[in-house]
Design a protein. Structure first.
Length: 351
């Protein structure tokens, strides 16, 4: 009897340890089992989080230390233990490919600099790709060759491709630093010379990849704040909260069809609300842990625009409430569907 009790105590302790470790980086064991991992180093990990967190299909990006010999490194001693700053990305391979992550990675770094990245010098700030399996290794090597063949740089590419080793999450202070300290982050990033260098090298190509410059020119300040910076517009003071016309709502950036007036309802919240998407595959849902609560963020698949959030307090038949920002949407009335290229949805309104 005592042995059996001891066995279950040990088993519970192991389970609790594993579960606690998983939650330490914000990814539950259940969710983790469905996600793939990618690990990249590109200098200061503050600057490597944001580009990947904005991608549809990326569940979580964790700043940390890897490729060293010491255990449990901290910000004060990780360099002495041989570690370098890196980010570990948890992503859904059904939504975003590893090739896409590599594409974004190369456009965040100076791959010719073996002594650090930009203003940060030393091995702890060097760039690297850490593969988790043979397929990632193959894809990383192929992308490096393709990248080198473009002859963008006058010097050779020195970013190594290495087997992933133990990754240690950095202190909570460093996680999502760009969100917690936006002014200090912008000041640091500007002063580091990273953006100036990357813009000089990639110009419009990099801006299109990240969706910054091109969208800034196209969108109003409010539309940009909502879709690109995850802002929220005032309730009852937005364009579509009380729109009762028949038609569909599309992404303001890409034009991808998202929701229909047939599923719109009066929620009393002051924002346009829907019971379900018009085209489900155009909607991506992500966990949002800002403001000390866990919510489900809604983004568009093609443009990766922030749209709003979805809640489970809606009416039948779904019981869901997709609470959206008007500034993220463009309304196409029924009479304009054919003219604007959305003729496939006309029949919905003839029933």
């Amino acid at each position: 009897m005592e042995n059996r009790v001891l066995f279950y105590l040990v088993l519970f302790s192991v389970f609790f340890f594993v579960y606690s470790f998983a939650l330490a980086d914000g990814v539950s064991p259940e969710k983790r089992s469905k996600l793939a991992q990618a690990t990249f180093a590109g200098g200061c990990f503050w600057c490597m989080e944001k580009p990947f967190e904005q991608l549809a299909g990326v569940e979580k990006v964790v700043s940390g230390y890897t490729d060293g010999t010491s255990t449990n490194p901290t910000y004060e001693n990780y360099g002495a233990g041989g570690h370098i700053e890196a980010v570990q990305i948890y992503y859904d391979p059904d939504i975003i490919s590893y090739e896409k992550l590599l594409h974004v990675f190369w456009r965040q770094i100076d791959p010719t600099d073996a002594g650090g990245q930009f203003v940060d010098r030393g091995r702890e700030y060097t760039s690297a790709i850490f593969y988790h399996d043979d397929e990632q290794k193959k894809l990383a090597e192929e992308s490096k060759k393709e990248f080198a063949a473009q002859e963008i740089f006058s010097k050779p590419i020195v970013t190594p491709i290495l087997a992933a080793s133990t990754f240690y999450s950095a202190e909570e202070y460093h996680q999502d630093y760009y969100k917690k300290n936006p002014l200090r982050y912008k000041y640091y990033r500007y002063g580091s010379g990273r953006d100036k260098f990357l813009d000089n090298v990639w110009g419009e190509d990099r801006e299109k990849t990240m969706g910054f410059s091109e969208r800034k020119k196209k969108l109003t300040p409010l539309q940009y704040k909502i879709t690109q910076e995850e802002g929220t517009e005032p309730p009852f003071k937005n364009e579509y909260w009380d729109n009762k016309r028949a038609g569909i709502y599309v992404d303001i950036v890409s034009g991808e069809p998202l929701f229909s007036s047939l599923d719109k309802f009066v929620s009393g919240t002051g924002w346009p609300s829907f019971t379900r998407p018009l085209v489900s595959k155009n909607i991506v849902e992500k966990k949002d842990r800002k403001f000390f609560v866990v919510r489900t963020e809604v983004r568009s698949r093609q443009a990766d625009s922030h749209l709003g959030h979805v809640f489970d307090d809606g009416p039948p038949p779904t019981g869901l409430r997709y609470c959206l920002n008007s500034a993220a949407l463009r309304f196409i009335p029924v009479e304009d569907l054919e003219k604007d290229g959305y003729g496939q949805f006309v029949d919905l309104f003839r029933k």
